[in-house]
Design a protein around this ligand. Structure first.
Ligand SMILES: [Zn+2]
Length: 234
């Protein structure tokens, strides 16, 4: 997910309004099931280790889009190749606030999320994350995506969710459920959608996308207006 980091609070304050009842989720797909235990194949390991092949996928490239549209299969915390994958995701995220493994060409259920709800706003990895509970109302906010160069759009998201994911307890994998709220909850929804082949453009409001340039201008204007107002209030 791509958003100007320091503008997220303002984005939420300024652009949030209670969503009307258009709750249908377009294009929702079933999670891939199977005997796969999450270990990467030799082919996946070779790909992620190859700097000439691995790249940040873009939805306007046909081959990339095919991968972005696939339902990802399980990931395995601690298995071979995942350290390299995590490092490459850290590199590929740039100024973004979240990224999913399919965005770098690996259809595995691994996401990286910036935790705006934690001190120091750390980036953290989550294996096989699933959204279990959604509470309250959906709120509309601006979103961009590292894999969608066309621009930014507005998406309705839950602000209060439970996320279940894998954690290591000693040498055993366990599932943990965590309640997450606000902008961090929005990032979790955007990134877990990627694991199901869903992009924000599938579920955004009907308005056309705003280009990156237009979006930046809008944000700068909002920031200037806010600062002018704050000066006036002093
Ligand atoms: Zn994205």
């Amino acid at each position: 997910m791509k958003l100007l980091r320091n503008s997220f609070l303002f984005a939420i304050c300024a652009l949030m309004f209670l969503a009307c009842a258009t709750a249908s989720v377009k294009g929702e797909k079933a999670v891939a099931q199977g005997s796969d235990d999450g270990s990467m194949t030799a082919e996946e390991i070779a790909y992620i280790n190859n700097p000439e092949e691995r790249h940040l996928l873009q939805n306007n490239v046909e081959k990339d889009n095919e991968i972005l549209r696939k339902v990802s299969i399980p990931a395995k915390l601690g298995a071979e190749g995942y350290d390299v994958l995590e490092n490459y995701m850290k590199e590929a995220i740039g100024t973004g606030v979240g990224i999913a493994a399919p965005q770098v060409g690996i259809n595995r259920r691994l996401i990286m999320v910036q935790r705006f709800d934690k001190e120091g706003k750390p980036f953290e990895f989550y294996y096989n994350a699933v959204i279990k509970e959604k509470r309250g109302e959906k709120v509309v906010g601006w979103e961009g995506c590292l894999s969608i160069p066309a621009g930014y759009g507005q998406v309705e998201r839950w602000q209060d969710i439970d996320v279940e994911y894998d954690v290591m307890n000693g040498d055993k994998l366990e599932r943990k459920v965590e309640r997450i709220q606000g902008f961090t909850a929005v990032i979790f929804q955007h990134e877990t959608d990627h694991l199901n082949g869903i992009l924000f453009i599938d579920i955004k409001t009907a308005d056309p996308l705003m280009t990156a340039e237009e979006y930046r201008e809008m944000r700068m204007k909002e920031k200037a207006e806010k600062e002018a107002q704050e000066k006036k209030d002093e």
